[in-house]
Design a protein around this ligand. Structure first.
Ligand SMILES: Cc1cc2nc3c(=O)[nH]c(=O)nc-3n(C[C@H](O)[C@H](O)[C@H](O)COP(=O)(O)O)c2cc1C
Length: 390
């Protein structure tokens, strides 16, 4: 009998069982000692809701408007590379799950499905994420194609000038070309479900990198995988992108308030406060910890989103109460994908949606706007401060 999955932790445990170790570690892991990964969680746990009572919550409204589009719920699926490793056609399945839930899916530059194929599933709620590699023409043609395929927004990720050092991947020998260790091979044999699907579909490749479908992307893949990112990038890149892309442009991976101000000055349309789910700079501030400073710097000029460490509707309620426009969810949807394909990912998104609705009802917030700072306190017992604040 399939075990009861009541929360994202249950899905994580199920994914751990379903996936070969090297895949689970790739999905689940963080950079170096995991300090940032842990802080994303512990800082969220430090925030508490101060609920209101006797407020009519009989008609709950979780919708938000973003760049002229309605999201059914104030969260979306974060861009993740190599989704085909969790499930063949993983990007398509996640886009379908997002479409079922009426929320955006962000396709990664490092996707294993072509953006044209994914476009049909959730247009125009599909957004496109880009990395800028030294070979600038790769991003150039991806942006042009995303425009042609009616993607709703472009997300430039800026926190990967080099790849974070993910110790679990190194220990598993997970790099490309993939040279599994004997222990990894043995472990594959213990996951026949994953193995059979993988053998039937073949090794996922980074099919978005080349303009022509079916082109030999080997050189491009090598460039992406060795992460030949353009480390010389400055804020001037925004003007360069603007010439290629006339839709909403967001920057993902901003933590410093000064950078948020610079983004506004550069004419960016939105920000995603993120530490890449603790996968890049270990020791970095948590996303929830950085959110307030960014919000103050932005001062309402553009929408500010957050990701990294959000595992429940309750977590999302806290970020929204602080002032985030919405939240992006990463690993939890991959846990769902690993355990049940598109249906599994949909279940995770619906679970988080239900948790959010319950949190809103219990906090006395009938819509997203009612989730505000008056409902938020530090969880630690700072009695003096809290009394005087009230
Ligand atoms: C397996 C995996 C692959 C990722 N690949 C990308 C990527 O290609 N581009 C990107 O901008 N962010 C990428 N991210 C970061 C996510 O977009 C997001 O910032 C992070 O996962 C959010 O944290 P969470 O997983 O704790 O929800 C990846 C994250 C994971 C877990």
């Amino acid at each position: 009998m399939a075990s009861l999955k009541l929360n994202v932790d249950d899905y994580r445990r199920a994914a751990k069982r379903a996936l070969p170790r090297f895949v689970f570690d790739y999905v689940d892991g963080g950079a170096e000692r995991g300090e940032c990964l842990r802080r994303n969680r512990s800082d969220l746990d430090q925030l508490a809701l101060l609920p209101r009572v006797l407020r009519d919550t009989s008609q709950l409204d979780t919708r938000i408007e973003v760049f002229g589009q309605t999201w059914r719920r104030p969260f979306a699926v974060a861009p993740m590379g190599f989704n085909g490793l969790t499930r063949p056609a993983g990007d398509l399945l996640l886009a379908r799950a997002a479409a079922t839930c009426g929320i955006p899916f962000v396709l990664s530059t490092a996707s294993n499905s072509r953006l044209e194929a994914v476009a049909q599933s959730n247009s125009p709620l599909n957004w496109m994420q880009i990395y800028l590699m030294r070979e600038r023409s790769i991003a150039e043609q991806i942006v042009r194609r995303a425009r042609g395929a009616n993607y709703g927004a472009l997300v430039l990720t800026v926190d990967v000038p080099v790849s974070g050092y993910r110790e679990r991947d190194v220990r598993n020998g997970f790099r490309l070309p993939f040279r599994p260790s004997p222990a990894t091979l043995l472990n594959l044999a213990l996951h026949p479900g994953w193995l059979m699907r993988f053998v039937a579909s073949g090794m996922p490749s980074f099919v978005n990198l080349a303009e022509e479908e079916g082109a030999d992307t080997l050189k491009l893949q090598a460039a992406l995988l060795s992460r030949e990112m353009d480390r010389s990038l400055t804020w001037e890149i925004v003007a360069w992108l603007r010439r290629l892309w006339d839709g909403p442009l967001l920057i993902k991976g901003v933590l410093h308030p000064e950078d948020a101000s610079k983004a506004c000055a550069a004419g960016v349309d939105g920000l995603i406060v993120s530490n890449h789910g603790g996968r890049q700079l270990d020791g970095a501030i948590s996303a929830i910890g950085a959110l307030n400073g960014v919000l103050q710097a932005v001062d309402g000029r553009i929408p500010v989103f957050a990701d990294s460490g959000f595992r429940s509707g309750l977590d999302i309620a806290k970020a929204l109460a602080l002032g985030a426009k919405g939240v992006f969810i990463g690993r939890p949807v991959l846990y769902g994908l690993a355990t049940g394909g598109a249906q599994g990912a949909t279940s995770v998104l619906e679970l988080i949606g239900t948790e959010l609705e319950r949190a809103m009802t219990l906090a006395g917030a009938h819509d997203v706007a009612a989730l505000n700072r008056e409902l938020l306190r530090s969880a630690s017992l700072r009695l003096h401060h809290d009394i005087h604040e009230d």
